[in-house]
Design a protein around this ligand. Structure first.
Ligand code: GDP
Length: 471
């Protein structure tokens, strides 16, 4: 390629490479640095092309730092089961939501805002790290701060450690809420010791982890905890540009009988407004109405605001990124995403079968051909196994016999084949009724033979693309 693009002789290029200390062959790949050095020798400059844009992605907006303003922190509550995550979320909401002037009805929309020291804090309403991890797995980072709830009478437990590891791997700062300090068996110092073993050292011991003793039940320490959240947020300098096309994350979504698809969006940048054309995952639409966590209708939602959005044509998935874009672009990207999803699903669900084995090999979908053998007698089982394994010489695919046994093809054979993506060769035996039914739904190819030679022939032919179609 280098030779073609530069019009220089391959031998000349290889000679130059050797002088650079690279013993290259004609079809060896060279990296950008090497290509640049080499080209300089020929008085040619090399320029790196930008990577091709993914047609299913919306180009990201890069904000000018001057446009950024402070935004409220978004907090997730994590911790071991029964340590008081739900109770803590409830008490924070009850004590710090200013709902009096808004008619007093709080809506569960998956996230809510509270006010402390005249500043807002957003809480994600689904406790636990499962939601947190699910979103992260989809590439969405929602949380700025994690509150780790540890019961003072129970101490560090398996899910406490999991939560610590999740927060750490996401680079999210942890504030520890040592809960249930009202309990007779509460021992906050013991909890601190245990946490120190996981590298969370309390400030009073010279570490940098804030730990607040609280009681969700007795409403002790709640304001202090929120003040600490604000303190950590201040250090983080969380900022966003409110004056641009909106971008946010779907916190939850469902189909409402009366209202159609309803999605809770946490706006992360820009401002979402009524009438905006939006896309989230494969769902597109126009913002028809927005409702905040106090049940009020709103026309606009800026950074760090959770709102319920009406107007998407389909239900998006939690963790999907919502973007406000031109309607035409939204539609075309959604179409491409749907097509990609379909082909991904197809590739995933496609089971091996002799009929299209060769095509699958060609497409690189199959490197191992897994086979399960069932036969009427042990001698045939062995004969089949040996002959099939003999096909292994010099082939692009490797034949594996994942299981071989005497008797009819049963349900367990089919399930095993489904899990291992194997096809079944049945010699002088048939699948029982149940196995046949499951094989149909699981798309398992069961081939029955009465002559060993034919079985071997078929597999070999399928591997080389010479299998005659069956009618
Ligand atoms: P989660 O599983 O972490 O969400 O825990 P919950 O919030 O459901 O609480 C589990 C149990 O602990 C419930 O019975 C709560 O009433 C109780 N609980 C939660 N916080 C406190 C607390 O501060 N003090 C006492 N005594 N009990 C609490």
């Amino acid at each position: 390629d280098f030779s073609i693009k530069t019009g220089r002789d391959v031998s000349e290029i290889i000679k130059k490479l050797m002088m650079l200390g690279i013993m290259a062959t004609i079809n060896q790949e060279i990296d950008l640095d090497t290509a640049t050095l080499l080209a300089a020798d020929f008085d040619i400059t090399v320029e790196e092309l930008p990577p091709e844009a993914d047609p299913t992605e919306i180009p990201e907006i890069v904000d000018d730092p001057k446009t950024l303003v402070l935004r409220s922190p978004v907090v997730t509550v994590m911790g071991h089961v029964d340590h008081g995550k739900t109770s803590l979320l409830d008490v924070i909401r009850k004590t710090h939501v200013t709902s009096r002037e808004a008619g007093g009805i709080t809506q569960h929309i998956g996230a809510y805002q509270v006010v402390c020291q005249n500043k807002k804090i957003v809480f994600l309403d689904t406790p636990g790290h499962e939601a947190f991890t699910a979103m992260r797995a989809r590439g969405a980072q929602v949380t700025d701060i994690a509150i780790l709830v540890v019961a003072a009478d129970d101490g560090v437990m398996p899910q406490t450690i999991e939560a610590i590891n999740h927060a750490k791997s996401a680079n999210v700062p942890i504030i520890v809420a040592i809960n249930k300090i009202d309990r007779p068996g509460a021992n906050p110092d013991h909890v601190k010791q245990q946490l120190a073993e996981h590298a969370l050292i309390p400030e009073e011991w010279g570490g940098d982890t804030i730990m607040v003793p609280v009681s969700a039940k007795q409403k002790i320490g709640i304001t202090e905890l929120l003040e600490m959240v604000l303190l950590v947020a201040e250090v983080q300098e969380l900022k966003a540009n409110p004056n641009r096309a909106a971008q946010g994350i779907i916190i939850e979504a469902q189909l409402d009988k009366g209202r159609g698809p309803v999605a809770t969006v946490l706006v992360q940048a820009g401002t979402l407004s009524i009438g905006d054309s939006i896309i989230a995952g494969t769902a597109v639409g126009k913002v028809r109405a927005m409702v905040n966590d106090r049940g009020e209708k709103v026309r606009k939602a800026g950074p760090s605001t959770p709102v319920e959005v009406l107007g998407l044509a389909d239900v998006p998935e939690a963790g999907d990124i919502l973007v406000s874009v031109d309607e035409k672009l939204a539609r075309s990207i959604a179409e491409k995403r749907i097509a990609k999803k379909r082909s991904d699903e197809l590739a995933h669900s496609q089971k091996v079968s002799l009929d299209d084995l060769f095509q699958q090999i060609q497409e690189g979908n199959i490197k191992d051909l897994n086979i399960l053998i069932k036969a009427d007698v042990q001698g045939s089982v062995e004969a089949l196994r040996q002959s099939l394994l003999n096909l292994n010489n010099n082939k692009e695919v490797r034949v594996n016999v994942i299981h071989a046994g005497v008797g009819a093809v049963n349900e367990s054979d089919v399930m095993l084949s489904s899990a291992a993506n194997a096809l079944i060769i049945a010699f002088n035996v048939r699948p029982d009724a149940n196995a046949k039914k499951i094989a149909d739904t699981e798309n398992i190819d069961i081939r029955t033979y009465r002559v060993i030679y034919e079985a071997i022939n078929d597999v070999e032919a399928a591997m080389t693309g010479m299998l005659a179609p069956q009618y």
